[in-house]
Design a protein around this ligand. Structure first.
Ligand SMILES: [Cu+2]
Length: 277
């Protein structure tokens, strides 16, 4: 009996450890959690704990431009003043409606002393997730999230349904996403974007670099709480394919936005996929 109890306890400990590990991976993506607790493991200590203030000039209202000020501070409340330039910018900001039907990727201006500002226009009312992605000097990629409730006309949420075919057209560019047929959580997955001219069906050879890479891929889970920013395998533009590697952290439905540039115009192609256990 004692032995059995020991096994049960060991198992529970193992489960707790696995959960904790997962949790810290989580926190790498979702740093706002990092401030709260879990300061015990050594992995945590290497990460910079940051606090973020989000301030709008006016109460957020649909279709009204509003100045957003984001202030990044360390865990003692002192502004962090130096940031690495990451893909040509000091901060990348994703603005997504909670149902993921609306998406913007914008770049706040750095004003010094930890302060970033950017005009934001929400295209409808309802709940939006703001995701700031930045690298404090000498630290790793840091992500902070903030949920905003926007006044104004709020359409019914669009339900997120996995795409039957992963082919989309934007700005006359037909983009097919080739992906492992068995998408599984916690398994490295290759995302292969292939580009053709929508009219001629000829492979596109003249993609341009966008923010210093062949393209950018942003992935959010169904409730916009898990964020993945994926960079290409090869940053140079070559031929008509762009290949990215990523690992989905848990099963569920995810939306993937591929952002590319051609003829000096950025185009965004969204895909919805389901990830199994
Ligand atoms: Cu960006």
């Amino acid at each position: 009996m004692k032995k059995l109890l020991f096994v049960v306890v060991s198992l529970l400990t193992m489960i707790a450890l696995v959960a904790c590990n997962k949790d810290s991976e989580h926190k790498q993506m979702k740093h706002d959690m990092a401030n709260m607790d879990h300061n015990d493991s050594s992995k945590e200590k290497q990460q910079v704990a940051v606090q973020t203030d989000w301030k709008f000039e006016h109460y957020p209202q649909a279709n009204t431009t509003n100045q957003l000020t984001i202030t990044i501070k360390d865990n003692k409340g002192k502004p962090i003043s130096e940031f690495e330039v990451n893909h040509e910018k000091k901060m990348h900001l994703i603005v997504a409606s909670k149902d993921l039907s609306k998406y913007q990727h914008i770049h706040p201006t750095y004003k010094g002393k930890g302060v970033f500002t950017v005009p934001v226009t929400f295209t409808q009312g309802g709940s939006f997730q703001l995701i700031a992605d930045f690298v404090p000097k000498g630290q790793s990629d840091t992500v902070q999230m903030h949920t905003v409730s926007v006044k104004g006309n709020t359409p019914a949420p669009v339900s997120l349904t996995p795409d039957k075919t992963l082919v989309k057209t934007a700005n006359g560019n037909q983009v097919s996403l080739k992906i492992d047929s068995q998408l599984k959580a916690n398994q490295e997955t290759m995302l292969n974007f292939h580009f053709e001219d929508a009219k001629t069906k000829q492979p596109i050879q003249d993609l341009q670099p966008y923010l210093g890479a062949v393209g950018h891929v942003v992935i959010l889970n169904q409730d916009a709480t898990k964020y993945l920013h994926v960079h290409p395998m090869d940053e140079r533009v070559k031929g008509s394919n762009a290949i990215f590697h990523t690992t989905f952290p848990s099963p569920g439905i995810y939306k993937i936005w591929g952002e590319f540039q051609r003829s000096n115009k950025v185009f965004i192609v969204p895909f919805v996929v389901e990830v199994s256990k």
